[in-house]
Design a binder for this molecule. Structure first.
Ligand code: FNR
Length: 415
């Protein structure tokens, strides 16, 4: 209603309404590096395309004359009622896209009334972002090789008012991303996206130990990120040096590379989470129904079906195709969220019709940010919510549970 009334009053949207135009305009507004980083995927980017193709295979079957004057898209997640089943996905190193990016995203999310998931790789400390996220926020964790750092991040998230912690499991090492590699570019190596670390007392201690102590062996096997940096340095020696011309002291960079991710992470680590935090725990990157079952056994409070927007395993299955299998495995015991490829309210409707409790928006809000800061994030999000509501109305559904779907063509085989 508000969106259409604005149009009637002659108010022009701050960013294009349709995704293809939004993407085109954002590309023109972004630097080459920012565009490569945000738009790019792993390998041949087959999975980026597969995510979209899956939405094309699942279509809404509208029903008529159902008298749906009022629709209800609200959902309760971890004790908080949300007006709409939408959150903003964690996107790291957004400071590459615009200054103060995470504050603008939080502000935009708050304006649109949706929670933001604050990335472990954000450009601002979670404590600084939290006040802007007026509709709530969750913290996304990459499990460090340092348990002390994990505990510190969790304690900070609790103290700063996070509603949940999202542990991302599909990025224990960074995916093979040709666009970034060709530009000789890893954002964090330039000091971007590491504010959670540089604001952390445990990280400061680890950095002092790196600077003062003798060369110590890494506590766990060398993270692949280091190897990736070395790869880059071989192919693009000049750029590598450029990458390291960051405001960070070398000891902090070295410490970051040593601690930022734990490739050896296993279900045993997840089981310890319950005793480490009071926050609800959501596992991000679950695709196989058996992994969803194990997540329940480990006592988690939610799963997020995600392939990281096709940025990690090229050739990986599309999330929408795997969603029904995960929903079956989980039943109604915990919420099942989905992301990767969601571009519109009609996409959100389809994911909900296939059993998702809520959906996360990724790249679209980053493009809104690139074009118009907080206002762009808010508009992209509001447009998705508005289209979701209209889709329900026109499909004869009072709530997402009433939506009917037809699926065509060969879906990815459920595992
Ligand atoms: C991401 N994603 C991500 N996920 C995460 O858990 N922590 C992070 O720091 C990031 N960083 C990040 C950066 C960029 C540029 C992108 C595009 C994505 C993954 C993100 O949370 C989400 O899973 C995807 O964005 C969903 O795919 P679409 O909808 O963007 O295609």
């Amino acid at each position: 209603d508000e969106v259409y009334r604005g149009g009637i009053a002659g108010r022009r949207p701050v960013v294009p309404t349709a995704f293809p135009a939004l993407e085109r305009r954002a590309r023109r507004a972004m630097t080459r590096r920012a565009w490569a980083y945000v738009a790019g995927g792993a390998g041949s980017e087959e999975t980026v395309r597969a995510n979209r193709a899956a939405f094309d295979r699942h279509r809404i079957v509208p029903r008529v004359l159902r008298g749906v004057g009022e629709r209800d898209t609200s959902v309760e997640l971890f004790g908080r009622r949300l007006d709409a089943p939408v959150l903003l996905a964690p996107i790291g190193a957004l400071d590459l896209v615009s200054r103060q990016a995470d504050l603008a995203v939080a502000h935009g999310a708050g304006e649109a009334g949706v929670p933001m998931i604050v990335s472990n790789q954000a450009g601002h400390a979670m404590e600084d972002i939290a006040p802007y996220a007026t509709a709530g926020w969750w913290f996304q964790l990459y499990w460090s090789t340092s348990d002390d750092l994990v505990d510190s991040f969790l304690a900070r998230a609790e103290a700063a008012g996070a509603g949940a912690v999202v542990v991302t499991l599909d990025t224990t090492v960074l995916g093979w991303r040709p666009r970034d590699l060709d530009l000789g570019h890893l954002p964090f190596a330039r000091g971007l996206g590491i504010a959670q670390y540089t604001s952390d007392p445990v990280f400061a201690r680890l950095t002092r130990e790196t600077a003062e102590g003798p060369a110590r062996p890494a506590p766990r096997p060398t993270p692949t990120a280091v190897r990736t940096l070395l790869e880059i340095s071989r192919h693009h020696p000049g750029r590598f040096v450029d990458n390291l011309r960051s405001p960070l002291p070398r000891a902090a960079v070295e410490t970051f590379l040593r601690v930022y991710s734990r490739p050896t992470l296993s279900w045993d680590d997840i089981a310890t989470l319950r005793s480490r935090t009071r926050l609800p725990v959501v596992l991000k990157g679950v695709l196989h129904p058996d992994d969803a079952r194990r997540a329940l056994d480990a006592g988690v409070d939610g799963v997020l079906v995600s392939n990281h927007g096709g940025r990690q395993v090229d050739g990986s299955v599309a999330t929408l195709d795997l969603l029904p299998g995960v929903v079956d495995a989980v039943g109604d015991r915990v919420p099942v969220l989905l992301d990767s490829g969601v571009r519109s309210g009609a996409d959100v409707a389809r994911a909900l019709a296939l059993g998702a409790t809520a959906v996360c928006l990724g790249r679209p809000f980053a493009y809104g940010l690139a074009l118009a800061g907080a206002a762009g994030v808010a508009q992209v999000t509001r447009d998705v919510l508005a289209e979701l509501d209209l889709t329900l109305a026109l499909a004869g559904a009072r709530s997402p549970g009433d939506l009917e779907l037809a699926s065509f063509g060969a879906a990815e085989p459920a595992a």
